[in-house]
Design a protein around this ligand. Structure first.
Ligand code: GLC
Length: 743
């Protein structure tokens, strides 16, 4: 039915053209809309009709977030929107400031660290579907996300937008998100490709990384998003690699992304990431956005004609300096992107702020919360017998969906932690709040305001005294602190200055612990933090930036409605120097060179190499129940080169409440000829178990999972020999292991 409609529409379209008696040229007939014809045929048809000027026009922005189409041929313009956690409010044509619409509020989904912390690919699919529907409803063609840059340093201001320190976890968790977003006829734009692992000097630093580290650590998640997810666009990063900006980088864009990986979509520059016409032409950039050229930092007239891929490119083409083959490849990629999105007539209609989206946000947020510590069974809190609960800390009341940079949102609603706790405790327990400390009282970003008045007149000491007084007279204390979205916290375009909590929170927490041992500390953050008070708190939760439903999700876990099942997607080091980049002095915020001296030893790979005890390990997360593991079994202990290895283990819920466990598989190469990590994540499975229930979890280890990247050979190598499969509840909580041999 739809196909007939589209043919009818195009025939009518043609008829309309003919009937108005214009001198109709073949080229003026709208491009063929029939979606049953092969995409490449439609692309070639459109390309053959476009003039040189029209071809150049589709390769750069025409406004802050849109690039041109070809009106003459009925090809619409392309609209992009931030961001990875929700759909950015509409901005003015050529400004970052708000357009002031009243129908563009959205649902804020949890930050991607929280999604990664679920270790549940189903949650990634739920996430992609929901955010894709919101983008579709807002009639956006390209969603500028997800971000999958690897967590190299705890100081990186944008870690909260990404999926942690391990390439396997990030690779598995990004694919469903990509697929589900694109089912809405909305392209993802996987970012920031590549090696954008810090915000300091992000436009200037040249990442110096050896090939093995590049391929084993920093590329896999992008490769999975492209080859398994089928991403339709990729965003070039601001930084440089091999001396070339990533928005026009021969090795990574043409060589790896479009060459080795066969990426057929469009490379979109980060906003202001393009710096040179010749490089932009030859080194793989397809659409240029937001460049600061010829004073383009402001809204001057004809701004967009002076973009590097605008008039300068047209001049290079007319002079014969630039080839039309390269031009046509760019245009094909843009046309593919347009046909897949803006001209896709089979898209669903999408939806915005629906109950399903709030439910998705709440489910992902509660499943991503990580129970780091739970001594003396301080958690879950039984509301029926809780008496008075003191809730203390600025992050209990501060909205976190505004700020943090381009991922900032204008939400229809945000349930703060205190609101979630009050709603859950209604009629059951007394909740009393104290500020405890003052952090960031602002509440605006790019013209979006929270409307909260966080002003406070009491002194730091008075705030602590008042909090301690309340804690002393309460049955339980919940401190809610952590970081926030202000500069040098979890925020784009700046890194943190150190690992410690800001605003003297350590002092507050220690004072509270003395006043009442039944203390639970909840961290709202997107990064690891130091916890000198970790021994003083009975319970510790990492609750991430949970989005619109963060308060309800936190209450679900605090009061036992949801049994926590999140696992850390990155290591919490005891001190900054326990992180590889910092141990080797390889993170220098003043330098234009970022030399990744730690190589592949990122996160737990470094900690295990150096045998340093992390504060909380990669993959760590407790439950309100206990899980017991049987012995890991290998179907065959010796397999021929190239065959799969199967590892099985029985897992039992030995506790009293139902729960979910993330069974993790790590592999160590026992006798490799090159230096390799002690073990590397190569499998995980989240299983739900009723009390007493046992499930057998089976992992298939493929040869690719056993390989390392050989820089000299320029490829992946599987060395025969023995390997050990480690199975456990975290990288530091291995329950069982089994050896096998590759002949
Ligand atoms: C920003 C960010 C990028 C964002 C883009 C548009 O500078 O680096 O992630 O999508 O510009 O706001």
């Amino acid at each position: 039915m739809i196909m007939k409609k589209s043919i009818l529409a195009s025939l009518l379209g043609a008829a309309v053209f003919v009937s108005c008696g214009q001198n109709v040229q073949k080229n003026d007939v709208p491009v063929y809309l029939d979606e049953d014809s092969p995409l490449e045929a439609r692309v070639e048809d459109a390309l053959s009709r476009m003039t040189l000027e029209e071809k150049v026009r589709v390769l750069h922005a025409q406004s802050k977030f849109s690039s041109a189409g070809v009106p003459r041929l009925g090809i619409p313009e392309l609209w992009c929107t931030d961001g990875p956690h929700g759909i950015r409010p509409e901005v003015l044509w050529d400004e970052w400031d708000q357009a002031g619409w009243t129908n563009d509020s959205c649902v804020a989904f949890p930050a991607l660290t929280c999604l990664a912390a679920t270790w549940n690919e189903d949650m990634s699919a739920v996430y992609g579907k929901a955010i894709g529907e919101e983008a579709r409803y807002r009639e956006k063609d390209v969603l500028l996300g997800p971000g999958v840059n690897i967590y190299r340093t705890p100081l990186n201001g944008r870690n909260f937008e990404y999926m942690g320190e391990d390439p396997f976890l990030a690779s598995r968790m990004v694919v469903p998100y990509v697929r589900e977003v694109q089912k809405n006829g909305v392209a993802v734009c996987v970012k920031h490709f590549a090696l954008n692992n810090q915000e300091t000097k992000r436009h200037e630093y040249d990442a110096v990384v050896d090939d093995r580290t590049l391929h084993e650590i920093y590329l896999p998640a992008f490769k999975a998003a492209v080859q398994e997810g089928g991403a339709w666009s990729v965003m070039g990063a601001y930084n440089l690699y091999k001396g070339q900006h990533l928005c026009h980088n021969e090795y990574l864009l043409n060589g790896v992304l479009k060459g080795d990986w066969g990426f057929d979509g469009a490379v979109i520059s980060d906003w202001g990431g393009t710096h040179d016409t010749a490089e932009a032409i030859t080194n793989g950039l397809d659409i240029e956005f937001g460049t600061w050229t010829n004073g383009l930092s402001g809204a001057t007239s004809n701004t967009y004609d002076s973009y590097y891929l605008a008039d300068p490119y047209l001049a290079a083409l007319r002079s014969g300096e630039a080839s039309t083959e390269v031009l046509d490849d760019k245009v094909r990629r843009v046309l593919r992107l347009i046909f897949r999105t803006a001209m896709n007539t089979r898209k669903p209609f999408g939806s915005l702020c629906s109950p399903e989206h709030y439910a998705a946000a709440r489910e992902i947020a509660s499943e991503g919360i990580v129970l780091l510590k739970n001594e003396g069974e301080v958690l879950p809190i039984d509301l029926s017998s809780a008496g008075r609960i003191a809730v203390i800390g600025e992050n209990a009341i501060k909205m976190m969906t505004v700020g943090g940079g381009s991922s900032s949102l204008k939400v229809q609603h945000e349930c703060t932690p205190l609101e979630g706790i009050l709603a859950a405790a209604e009629g059951k327990a007394e909740i009393v709040y104290e500020r405890g400390y003052v952090g960031d009282v602002s509440g605006r970003y790019n013209g979006v305001v929270t409307g909260q008045d966080l002003s406070e007149s009491r002194s730091e000491q008075q705030l602590i005294d008042d909090a301690v007084a309340l804690a002393s007279s309460s049955d339980a204390v919940i401190f809610i602190g952590g970081l926030n979205k202000s500069a040098h916290q979890d925020c784009e375009d700046s890194d943190r200055y150190g690992l410690g909590l800001p605003y003297a929170q350590d002092k507050v927490i220690s004072a509270l612990a003395k006043a009442n041992p039944r203390l639970v500390v909840v961290l709202i953050s997107g990064n690891a933090v130091a916890m000198p008070w970790a021994g003083e708190a009975g319970g510790i939760l990492e609750a991430w930036f949970g989005g619109s439903e963060s308060g309800n999700a936190l209450a679900d876990v605090l009061f036992g409605k949801v049994n926590p099942s999140g696992k850390l997607p990155f290591t919490f080091p005891a001190k900054l120097e326990d992180n590889g980049a910092h141990a080797l002095g390889a993170y220098d915020p003043e330098s234009d060179i970022a030399e990744y001296k730690e190589g592949i030893y990122v996160g737990y790979r470094w900690a295990e190499k150096m045998q340093t005890e992390p504060l909380f390990a990669f993959g760590h997360g407790l439950s309100y129940t206990e899980f017991e593991y049987g012995e890991a079994v290998c179907l065959r202990k010796t397999v021929r080169h190239g065959a799969d290895v199967t590892v099985s283990v029985d897992v039992t819920n030995a506790g009293k409440v139902a729960g979910k466990e993330v069974v993790q598989l790590y592999i160590g190469d026992d006798n490799s000829s090159v230096d390799r990590p002690v073990k590397e994540l190569k499998g995980f499975r989240k299983i739900a178990l009723e009390p007493g229930e046992t499930q057998t979890v089976t992992f298939t280890v493929t040869p690719d999972m056993l390989k390392y990247y050989d820089s000299s050979a320029g490829g992946w190598v599987l060395e025969p020999g023995t390997f050990t499969a480690y199975v456990g509840s975290s990288s530091a909580d291995i329950r069982t292991s089994v050896r096998f041999e590759i002949k």
